[in-house]
Design a protein around this ligand. Structure first.
Ligand code: TXA
Ligand code: MG
Length: 324
């Protein structure tokens, strides 16, 4: 059975007992376990059905712990950490031996962040180890931003979901690495490139990302059904080409007059991109559960967190892409 609860003591006891549970963060829910224990790390990969070549992020509660797990920290990384932590920025830094190789899929760098969700911080403070936590979705599916969505997609696979309400940001952390004095954004996320540039000065966005692309043939066939998603600059133009019944809409600000209300999600009627990010994954989860023929999603303005929203929509629209 999979229980949803708010008890941090229960969560800590399960984690100390080498269990894997779901925890809230301000970005998305994480599938968490002891980052220092290789057999727990294996369990995370197994529950998520994730290829072992796709490494995990570790979560700490205090910047003072950083030196215990990573070395040769560039000055710019320290500056970014001081500025954005606790928060939705993940740094790629050279790992120390205490971090098992399976956490990083054998890579020399480990991804690390301090989440800002109060429940996550309180939990991490009680533990004597960092938590490895990928997003709490089966590999190939949409990340969850509520305890209920975690329960639906991981039912029976974990015993406990620590409920921290809806994730405030609603989109994953921004991942950066370092090359000399350049900060490279490997995954756009909840912290915008503009905000990072203000602190890091010299930035580059790595368009190719860091995923190890798998050919679809290698993927197990039991993924949750995924309604085909189309991305539109103008929903009404695209609607001219398809039947309206069986079509779901994810609109930025305005509802679409031709589509039943129950098949529509408005991300932010006031046109607030933070609110749109907060609502995005829940909207995708709800529409996908309706088993429609197609979902048409509208691009949002490509600024601030809108860059990450469009990135996730583009990925959702790409048949060959599997969310990790
Ligand atoms: O907001 C977030 O980052 C959430 C919450 C739970 O913290 N976590 C998350 O984890 O999104 P995950 O595993 O779903 O995505 C992490 C991404 C993956 O694309 C992985 O390939 C990349 O980070 N990554 C992790 N460790 C890495 C490493 N050592 N080197 C390069 N890429 C890494
Ligand atoms: Mg993920």
């Amino acid at each position: 059975m999979t229980y949803i609860g708010k008890d941090i003591e229960t969560a800590a006891a399960l984690l100390e007992n080498d269990q894997v549970i779901a925890i809230p963060t301000e970005t998305v829910y994480g599938l968490a376990g002891n980052a220092l224990n290789p057999s727990v790390i294996n369990k995370i990969y197994e529950i998520k059905n994730r290829p072992l070549t796709n490494p995990l992020i570790i979560h700490l509660s205090d910047i003072k712990q950083l030196n215990k797990y990573v070395k040769n920290i560039p000055a710019i990384a320290e500056k970014l950490a001081e500025h954005f932590w606790p928060g939705a920025l993940t740094l790629l830094l050279p790992k120390k031996d205490i971090i098992p190789d399976s956490v990083t899929s054998g890579l020399p760098n480990v991804a690390v962040r301090i989440p800002s969700h109060p429940t996550a911080i309180q939990l991490l403070r009680q533990l004597s180890f960092p938590l490895a936590a990928p997003s709490a979705n089966p590999f190939g599916y949409i990340s969850p931003t509520s305890a209920e969505d975690v329960k639906r997609i991981l039912f029976g696979k974990i015993d406990y979901i620590l409920d921290g309400g809806l994730c405030a940001k609603g989109i994953e952390s921004t991942i950066v690495g370092f090359d000399g004095d350049t900060t490279i954004i490997y995954r756009v996320g909840a912290i915008s490139p503009e905000a990072i540039k203000k602190v890091a000065k010299k930035i580059e966005i790595n368009k190719k990302q860091i995923q190890h692309p798998l050919s679809p043939g290698m993927l197990p066939s039991h993924y949750a059904p995924h309604t085909p998603l189309y991305l539109a600059n103008n929903i009404e133009d695209l609607l001219k080409t398809v039947s309206h019944s069986g079509t779901g809409i994810i609109a930025y600000k305005n509802p679409c007059p031709f589509i039943p209300e129950k098949n529509q999600e408005i991300l932010s009627s006031s046109g607030n991109l933070d609110e749109a990010a907060h609502n995005l994954y829940r909207a995708l989860h709800r529409l996908d559960s309706l088993k429609l023929e197609r979902i048409i999603a509208e691009r949002v303005p490509d600024v601030g967190i809108g860059i990450a929203i469009n990135d996730r929509l583009e990925r959702a629209a790409n048949k060959n892409y599997k969310n990790d």
